[in-house]
Design a binder for this molecule. Sequence first.
Ligand code: ADP
Ligand code: DP6
Ligand code: CO
Length: 353
Amino acid sequence: MLNEASVDVRAGVTAVAHPNIALVKYWGKRDESLALPVTGSLSVTLDIFATTTHVTLAPPVPADMNGDAGLTGDVVTLNGRPAGGAAAERVQGFLDLVRALAGRRERAVVESVNQVPTGAGLASSAAGFAALAAAASAAYGLDLDGRALSRLARRGSGSACRSVFGGFVQWHAGTGSGSAGDVSSFAEPVPVGPLDLALVVAVTDAGAKEVPSREAMRHTMATSPLYRAWAQASNTDLTRMRHALARGNLTAVGAIAEGNALGMHAAMLAARPAVRYLSAGSLAVLDAVNALRADNVDAYATADAGPNVVVLCPRADADRVAETVDAIEAVRSVHLARPGPGVRLRSERPGGD
Ligand code: ADP
Ligand code: DP6
Ligand code: CO
């Protein structure tokens, strides 16, 4: 299902994926090593900020490890530079999983470029691991359908399982533990009624966050007295969101999304010590969204684990919303997005087109 062009695996495989912004958030794992979430979540994949990832395999390392034919480790380049310790280890751990699934031993050379700011709360890990899952599984000869690919991407970064698909996507929390949990926790597209949704991305700070999402959600679960309440509300939000999407009711979609996101940030703020991603600039955007609503524009805000805010609105109002947030001093750049495509393979190398 992924192939747009026939892929010559020996020359390496390139995959392209986009970030997704959750309307009902994922925040907390019930199993860290399998990346099984506490709650289900629902997102929209963007049509901007592509991540392009190229994977080439090196020959197998000889048994005595002294041969010069193969690599002894994976080589990982992120945004044109060798990936730092934690980022490289995360990719290597993910490739170990792919190798185990494929029954192969070759090391890999991975080159990935994000158009989205990396680690800034705009879902670089989602685009990054969806692209890596598609490119690496193809390079190692695995033929996975969308559901299986979403399970694999989930192991790299939970939110990545949703970027496997385009448009509106639900990640089912799944039930149970071990392999039952693994099999039942996947993403799939959700049906939507007529809905002309635009997303206006207001970047207040493109720098990488100090506390990665993974660590922050662990800490929130462990110490926030509000975490359980948010998770419970999230289950109700998910049901309501499904209905609002099916009806094409943009006002309900926006209101549920904003409430769910602010509730997640409230749970983080109640952690001990607090995790605070929203900045003065983020609050200025939230104020502007309230003012737009008071002026009868159907605009609602959401924010992931970072200070950048995404405004949901009807496509017809997107230019006005963009102009309004662009006028805010703390807003560095504004990007207009629409629902976009799922991950796909490409025949060219990064930057080769
Ligand atoms: P974000 O809000 O951007 O998703 P996270 O804290 O969830 O931030 O994840 C950021 C981390 O994801 C990076 O530090 C890196 O380890 C990983 N990552 C981001 N982009 C890529 C990519 N293209 N390929 C592989 N790993 C990536
Ligand atoms: C706030 O998927 O980045 O963006 O699974 O540990 O890699 P890991 O975390 P990640 O968390 C995303 C959290 C969020 C909400 C969401 O995307 O649903
Ligand atoms: Co992330």
